[in-house]
Design a protein around this ligand. Structure first.
Ligand SMILES: Cc1ncc(COP(=O)(O)O)c(C=O)c1O
Length: 427
C-alpha cells in the first residue's frame, strides 16, 4: 500500500477499516476531556466495555447459588474453561486441547520448565536470548540451580553482535548447531519486549528438534498481536499473559500451549494438583494423580471464574472481529507507523531518533521501539500531550497501536506530536 503523510489519508484508512466499530467497545482513558492516544497494547490492553457485565454475571451466580455455581446457572463455572480455548487456540494456532488457561505467566513458565527441562548427562544446557525479560531469566536460573548446575556454565545466551541491536537469526541457528550435543532446552521470547523484534519460531523449533532439544517460547508480546501457528511449527510448549494484546485485565489469567504429543507422556515430570485430574475422576478424591489427557492436565488449583469472565469478555470480541482480521489490521497500522516515523526522522535534526524495531514483515508485531536523544524529556512531552507510551530505561520509548481500538488517525497525530517534541528538545 502507498501511504501518505496527511490527516486526510489517515482518515481515509480509518474509513476503509472493517474493524472501525470495535473501538466503541472499549473504555478509552481521557486526556483533557478527549480520548487519549493509548498506544500501550503491549503493556496493558484496554478494558472492553462488556467486561463489567461478564464479571457481574459471575458475582450474581455466586450470590444466587453459592458453591453450586460451579454446576448451576447460565454459565456453570466448571464449563467456562471450554468456552475460552476455542478462540484462544485460533489466536495461537493450536488445537483446542493443546491450550489451557491457568495461573499467571511466570508461574506457568516454571511449570513448563518442570516438564520440559529434563537434563540428561552432558545434555543439560539451556539456550536463550540475551537480556530476556527479567522474570524469564530468574525463572531459568532457578531451575538450573535447583538441578544442581552452575548458572553461568549452563545458560547460553545469544545476543546481538557488537554495535547491533537485533539478534540475527543466523547467529541463533549457529549457536544451536555449536552446542547441539549439550542442549536440553531452547527457550526464547517470541517477540522481544524491548526491541519489538519478532523471531522465526518455526526455524528455531526445527533447529532445536534437529539437535534433540526441546523448545518453548514466552509469547507475552506475541499472543493476540501476530498470527501464530504453534501446532504446525511443532513447538513443544509456549506460555503467554492475557493482559497485553488479549485485553483481559491486570493480573489476568494466563495461557499455555502444550503440544498434544506430550499429553499422555508419563515420562515427563510435572507438578500435579487436583484441578489437573482426569475430569471423570477428579471428585473421587483418589490417592494417585491421573491427569486429564490434554493441556488441562497441567492445571493445579481451582480457577477464578471472575478472571475467566474477564478473559472471556475479551475473547468474544476477538471472535466477533475475526482473529485474522485483527492480525491484518495490526500489520497495516504498524506499517503506517513505520512509514510516519521515517517522515519524522526526515523532519527532525539528524540522528535524534532511531527506530530499533525491524520494519520488515515477519520481523515485527504491533510494537515499535525508538531510541531517542533526550528520550525521557520527549517521553514526558508525549504524556503531556495525551499519548500513553512506555518508557524503558535507559533510553527507549515503546508504542504499540493495536487493531481493535486504535485508529490510523491516532497514529498520524502521534507522529505529529512526536515530531514537535523532538524539535522542541533538540534545540
Ligand atoms: C516477556 C515477558 N515475560 C514475562 C513477563 C512476566 O509476566 P507475569 O508478571 O504475568 O508473570 C512479562 C511481563 O510483562 C513479559 O513482558
Amino acid at each position: 500500500m502507498q501511504f501518505e503523510n496527511s490527516l486526510g489519508h489517515a482518515k481515509s484508512l480509518d474509513e476503509d477499516d472493517i474493524l472501525k466499530n470495535f473501538r466503541a467497545g472499549f473504555i478509552l482513558p481521557q486526556h483533557q476531556k478527549e480520548d487519549a492516544i493509548y498506544f500501550l497494547g503491549n503493556s496493558l490492553g484496554l478494558q472492553p466495555k462488556r467486561t463489567e457485565q461478564y464479571i457481574q454475571e459471575v458475582l450474581h451466580q455466586w450470590g444466587a447459588f453459592g458453591v453450586e455455581g460451579f454446576f448451576k446457572g447460565d454459565q456453570p463455572w466448571m464449563n467456562l474453561h471450554q468456552q475460552l480455548t476455542s478462540t484462544l487456540s485460533e489466536i495461537v494456532g493450536a488445537r483446542p486441547h493443546e491450550v489451557v488457561v491457568m495461573n499467571q505467566l511466570t508461574v506457568n513458565l516454571h511449570l513448563m520448565l518442570v516438564s520440559f527441562y529434563q537434563p540428561q548427562g552432558k545434555r543439560n544446557k539451556i539456550l536463550c536470548e540475551a537480556k530476556a525479560f527479567p522474570s524469564d531469566q530468574y525463572m531459568l536460573q532457578t531451575h538450573v540451580r535447583q538441578r544442581g548446575f552452575d548458572v553461568d556454565k549452563t545458560i547460553i545466551e545469544v545476543g546481538p553482535r557488537i554495535g547491533e541491536t537485533l539478534i540475527r537469526e543466523e547467529d541463533i541457528l549457529t549457536a544451536i548447531e555449536q552446542h547441539k550435543d549439550e542442549l536440553a532446552l531452547i527457550f526464547w521470547g517470541g517477540l522481544n519486549y524491548y526491541t519489538g523484534q519478532l523471531f522465526n519460531m518455526q526455524a528455531i523449533t526445527a533447529a532445536a528438534h534437529d539437535c534433540g532439544a526441546k523448545v518453548g517460547f514466552d509469547l507475552a508480546h506475541a499472543a493476540g498481536n501476530i498470527a501464530l501457528n504453534l501446532h504446525d511449527w511443532n513447538v513443544d510448549f509456549a506460555c503467554w499473559c492475557s493482559y497485553k494484546y488479549l485485553n483481559s485485565g491486570p493480573g489476568a489469567v494466563a495461557g499455555v500451549y502444550i503440544h498434544e504429543r506430550y499429553h499422555n507422556d508419563s515420562s515427563l515430570n510435572r507438578f500435579a494438583g487436583w484441578w489437573g485430574s482426569k475430569k471423570e475422576t477428579q471428585f473421587l478424591m483418589q490417592k494417585d494423580f491421573v491427569p486429564e489427557p490434554s493441556a488441562e492436565g497441567w492445571q493445579l488449583s481451582t480457577p477464578s471464574p471472575v478472571l475467566y469472565a474477564a478473559h472471556k469478555a475479551s475473547l468474544t470480541i476477538f471472535e466477533e472481529a475475526g482473529v485474522q482480521n485483527i492480525f491484518n489490521k495490526n500489520v497495516l497500522l504498524n506499517n503506517y507507523l513505520h512509514f510516519l516515523l521515517q517522515e519524522v526522522i526526515k523532519q527532525t535534526p539528524s540522528e535524534h531518533m532511531r527506530v530499533l524495531t525491524p520494519g520488515k514483515a515477519g520481523e515485527k508485531g504491533c510494537q515499535v521501539s525508538m531510541l531517542v536523544k533526550n528520550g525521557k524529556q520527549i517521553f514526558d512531552e508525549l504524556s503531556a500531550n495525551g499519548v500513553f507510551a512506555d518508557w524503558r530505561e535507559p533510553d527507549v520509548i515503546r508504542v504499540a497501536p493495536v487493531g481493535l481500538y486504535n485508529t490510523f488517525e491516532e497514529v498520524w497525530k502521534f507522529s505529529q506530536i512526536l515530531k514537535r517534541a523532538i524539535n522542541k528538545f533538540s534545540k
